[in-house]
Design a protein around this ligand. Sequence first.
Ligand SMILES: O=C([O-])CC(=O)C(=O)O
Ligand SMILES: [Mg+2]
Length: 647
Amino acid sequence: MMSLNTSSVVKSSISGVSRTQSQSVRLSVRRPMVVAMVNSNGRPERSVGVSVDGAVKDVNAPVAVEVADSESKETTAVVGGGVEDVYGEDSATEDHFITPWSVSVASGYSLLRDPHHNKGLAFTEKERDAHYLRGLLPPVVVNHDLQVKKMMHNIRQYEVPLQRYQAMMDLQERNERLFYKLLIENIEELLPIVYTPTVGEACQKYGTIFKNPQGLYISLKDKGKVLEILKNWPQKKIQVIVVTDGERILGLGDLGCQGMGIPVGKLSLYTALGGIRPSACLPITIDVGTNNEKMLNDEFYIGLRQRRASGKEYAELMNEFMSAVKQNYGEKVLIQFEDFANHNAFDLLEKYRTTHLVFNDDIQGTASVVLAGLISALKLVGGSLADHKFLFLGAGEAGTGIAELIALEISKQTNAPLEEARKKIWLVDSKGLIIRSRLDSLQHFKKPWAHDHEPVNKFLDAVKAIKPTVLIGSSGAGQTFTKEVVEAMSSFNEKPIILALSNPTSQSECTAEQAYTWSEGRTIFASGSPFAPVEYNGKVYVSGQSNNAYIFPGFGLGLIISGAIRVHDEMLLAASEALAEQVTQEHFDNGLIYPPFTNIRKISAHIAAKVAAKAYELGLASRLPQPENLVAYAESCMYSPKYRNYR
Ligand SMILES: O=C([O-])CC(=O)C(=O)O
Ligand SMILES: [Mg+2]
């Protein structure tokens, strides 16, 4: 064990108040930690990771730092309980002491305002003395569980979902560990608040509810300075970026810069559901303008007040962004594209899938979750995937992404060529059934789905002509699965599978109640946004939530724990299979094709393990040697929101 005398380096600059702590703090280093130094601008200058065995690693700074200890000779860091747990916070157990480092040792007033380390009334008497907190808090000391109870009580006082959302965001800004404990322990209740559907409304009103900025904003004005902007972000060790350009926020359309709510919400789930530590998550919004007149005319709009850039100007900014990310964070940072409009989503994925670790949640995540739902639905309706016929309303990212993954799985199961497998799948877009005679005018991502058929313009007519066993809505347009559509599906299927995937609830193709009522209780139904259980003819029907939130947190964890450098379609299939395996007989007996979200961390660990195993199998994993038990390893890497003890 070694000791560090930090009196010379400890300088706090939080809240713009710069003060040198006069006390000499002697630290017994038992776990990795980071000592950061700040320059006169309050920017970190350099930091040193000190490992369990006293090894020193300069984690993110150009300047090497001398640590006055004879044992500090090596330059490697030890991975403890977390993946690259350089701060040592995740590998510390409850009996270990860790230091509440931020860019400096936070203490007193600034410690209470540092959301990473603040514990509010849960600071112990000893901590209050040691960290200059006495008098800054009322006398009572409460535990984490009581804080959760109180917050839930407070949140339930708000009847308006948006107010609950704001209360959650305020908490995230105030006390991160309380926020995550609350979210993890009340996931079913809080998911619809921090995520779909409420996050959609929050984006629409982001300009008025905006308080503290979250995430990074990169706009057209920043061309040539993107790398500099990334360096402004306080955390240096980033593992997942969720980025949007705000052009297609859920099914709500172009919300421009106010789409920021989506990366923030998705990354909260990366932590709560997938166990990625919050400091390793970076939400980013690329602002290239908006074509939404309402936003442009809204005096409270927070983005660039201009129409969207496209073509070369757009591509150049995105390219600068993609290069800067790789330059700053290396090869293994996961970049998740979220809620881009169709044309850009497909182009970006195509362009960067061979050079970066990229994942499009709307194309690939949604595909993987739907395939999982179908695999389990087959246990209820019988037959193999190849025995079924699929009809989609919507031929954009979700529709064509799901269609392709189903075709891949059919082709894998039957050894049939992909082209043959695709013939079981039909898509309808705004111009009607996608057929060969429309080939020349179709966007490239729709072309594989142009089969031989006479023209059919209306969706209901397409349903009657194709007679699918599975109906999937992915167009972003609400109330399109009408009574006639559901009745038609129920007339030629004993148990029609109906998935109304569009988000948020207002854009759902039909409600759960409509689906069960119009099918006389026979449908197997799931939707992108959650619906409450429905009572029909004296029986209660609980529908599943076919939302990519089941997949992306575990998928991302799998990529990170294996050190994957590229995403491969086989990994998406592995994730689907892993999720489907988590559906038990009890769930089936209740008509569920997805497991409840309550066990999502366990489910994510299974998904992560399967994805990681595939990465190793494909030679795309860089974290070697491969851990023997990947599920246990995934679980051991997950962030826990438990408070740590401060020395
Ligand atoms: O955010 C969600 O709920 C699912 C999703 O990716 C989308 O609808 O774009
Ligand atoms: Mg999305």
